[in-house]
Structure formats: C-alpha cells, structure tokens
Design a protein around this ligand. Structure first.
Ligand SMILES: NC(=O)c1ccc[n+]([C@@H]2O[C@H](COP(=O)([O-])OP(=O)(O)OC[C@H]3O[C@@H](n4cnc5c(N)ncnc54)[C@H](OP(=O)(O)O)[C@@H]3O)[C@@H](O)[C@H]2O)c1
Length: 297
C-alpha cells in the first residue's frame, strides 16, 4: 500500500492525557522528531518528558497540531473534554485519534460530535502495555475516518507497525475490542478450570502448560475455520457436528462433578451445545451455536 510521506504539517502532534500510556507516547513522538504538545488534566505530569511543549488547556493542545491523540481513563472524560471546549469549531479540519478504551456506543457519540464540528475522528485500540510501545510487534487496530487514517498512517507507525484499519465506522474498533476480549476470557476461564482439574489428577502444571503450547496453533486454525463457516452461513459442511461434542461436554461435566470442582463453566458449555441440538442443529458444524446465542445471526 502507498504510504504518503509525512510533510511538515504531519509532524506536529498533540497528546492529551499523560497517564502511563500518554507519557510514553509523548516521549516516543518527541524522540522521533515530531513537534509534540502535551496536556494533562492535572498539571505536573510532564517531569521526565523532554522536547515537548506543555499546553495549559486541552483547547490549546488541540489548536497546536493538526493531529491530536487522546488517551485517558475513560470516554466520559473525553466527552467532558470535548464538551468543555469554548468553541467546537476548534476541531474543524483537525484529526482526533482517541485511544481511550470504551464501548462502541461511546465511539459513535464521539465520532458524531467531532464530525459535526468539521473534524475527523478515528478510534484506536493499542494492543500493548506502556513498556512495549514503539516496538515493531505492537498492533494498533482502528476504525473511523479512513482518509485521515491514510494521512496519518506513518505517524501511527511510531507506536507500532502492525496497523489494521477496520473501515469508516469508529465504533467497529471498540466492538472488535469487546469481541476479542470475549474470546480471550472464554479461553482463559477454560484454561484455569483445566489446570485445576489437571492438578487434582496429579498432572504437573508445567506439562499442562507445555501441552497447551503444543496444541494451541492447531486450535487457532480450527477457530478460524469455524468463524469462516459462521461468516459464510454454510453450517452443513460439518467436520465437527454439534452432536459429536455433546457426549464430550457431558463427560467434562461428570468429571468436574466427581472431582468436586465447581461446574459452572462445564454446565454452560453443555447447555449451549444441548440447546443447539434441541433446536435441530445437531448435525451442523459447532459454529451453529451462534444460532442459539443470537437467533437472528
Ligand atoms: N496501561 C495499559 O497497559 C493500556 C494498554 C492499552 C490501552 N490502555 C488504555 O489507555 C487509556 C489510558 O490508560 P493509562 O494506563 O495511561 O491510564 P492511567 O495511567 O491511569 O492514566 C489515566 C489518565 O487519564 C486522565 N484522566 C482521567 N479522567 C480524566 C478526565 N475526566 N478528563 C481528563 N483526563 C482524565 C488522568 O489524568 P489525571 O492525571 O488528571 O488524573 C491520566 O492522565 C485507558 O483507556 C486504557 O484502557 C491502557
């Protein structure tokens, strides 16, 4: 993909929010030769930052650069920040990239207010901790104004090089955040239940961890296959019919009961599989559980 060269204007950036993430971002941009203006609600967070200009208000920070990054505790705060501007027109022709974690509805509302003021809004999600920022491996997922994203693509690569822009709707990025967190927590809860069961049966947890590491890549392929089946809506080409997994889930419930381990997790799995079969989808691929979770999908 063509990457537009950053011109002088593209090398000015304001960072609003100097928590752990914002401070690290500000220093990265300053070290990369950007003209950096910073602002934080509580003054005095700029010590240890070098080569940055400090704005005394959010308004001054937004005015200082064509591109502003907001990264604060929550989007209620971002709302307050925008709502507190003396004149929304300050945002005209400016690009705001908001890396604050939140809900899709919050991104929708912020996109509306920035766009109505004539600005470009992008919501981003940085998939890394403060210490990792700037490493090539850091992934940034974003959505919102694609023209602005293309314009500032190079600026984003200062934070990380794995960029994935998900289109023009800002809320999609935060929906992705919730979706991937759901996947991760689902897998994580299963992981720890499995470890608890394994330990009760004398399996060394070091071996458990190693085996999980060995089989995880193949399961990742299986997950991608099943999401693909759901995407195409062709549940009939079942290599993994729901009915095949019901006895396995029943065995899991029984094993946990015998081991006197709390059964909430195994019961949920069996319940979802069973409901899918009762609705007549037993011969379909395991991804058919989506028809129970959200019947309209
Ligand atoms: N830390 C991570 O590993 C990580 C990774 C990815 C994404 N994130 C996301 O990045 C965002 C910032 O995280 P962080 O770790 O930098 O947080 P943090 O260290 O706790 O800092 C929070 C920042 O938010 C500011 N703030 C809070 N409420 C505000 C308001 N109403 N108006 C203006 N500023 C306000 C604070 O300002 P004061 O100094 O005035 O209190 C502070 O600068 C969060 O949305 C977080 O989910 C964090």
């Amino acid at each position: 993909m063509n990457v537009p060269m950053a011109n002088q204007n593209n090398r000015k950036i304001s960072i609003l929010g100097l928590g752990q993430m914002g401070r690290k971002l500000a220093q990265l941009y300053a070290d990369a030769g950007y003209e950096v203006t910073v602002w934080n609600r509580t003054p005095g967070k700029t010590n240890k930052l070098s080569k940055v200009q400090v704005a005394d208000t959010a308004e001054h920070a937004l005015l200082a650069s064509p591109l502003s990054v907001v990264i604060i505790a929550n989007n209620a705060g971002v709302n307050e920040l925008i709502g507190g501007l003396s004149d929304r027109q300050i945002l005209k022709d400016k690009t705001l990239i908001n890396f604050t974690t939140g809900s899709p509805a919050e991104a929708d509302a912020l996109e509306k207010s920035v766009t109505e003021a004539g600005g470009a809004y992008i919501h981003g999600s940085i998939q890394a901790s403060p210490d990792q920022l700037g490493a090539e491996s850091v992934a940034i997922v974003s959505s919102g104004n694609t023209t602005a994203f293309d314009q500032y693509r190079e600026a984003l690569t200062v934070i990380g090089t794995k960029l994935r822009h998900l289109g023009d709707k800002a809320s999609v990025c935060l929906a992705m955040d919730i979706a991937t967190t759901t996947w991760m927590y689902g897998a994580f809860v299963g992981l720890i239940y499995g470890a608890t069961f394994a330990r009760q049966h004398g399996l060394d947890l070091k071996d458990y961890a190693a085996i999980i590491g060995d089989i995880a890549p193949d399961y990742t392929d299986f997950f991608k296959l099943e999401v693909g089946i759901m995407d195409r809506g062709n549940f009939q080409d079942a290599q993994n019919p729901v009915s095949l997994h019901i006895p396995i889930a029943k065995r899991m419930v029984e094993a946990f009961k015998e081991a006197n381990i709390q059964q909430d997790f195994s019961n949920i799995v069996l319940d979802i599989f069973s409901k899918t079969e009762q609705k007549g989808h037993g011969a379909e691929s395991l991804a058919a559980i989506s028809k129970i979770i959200a019947p309209q999908s």
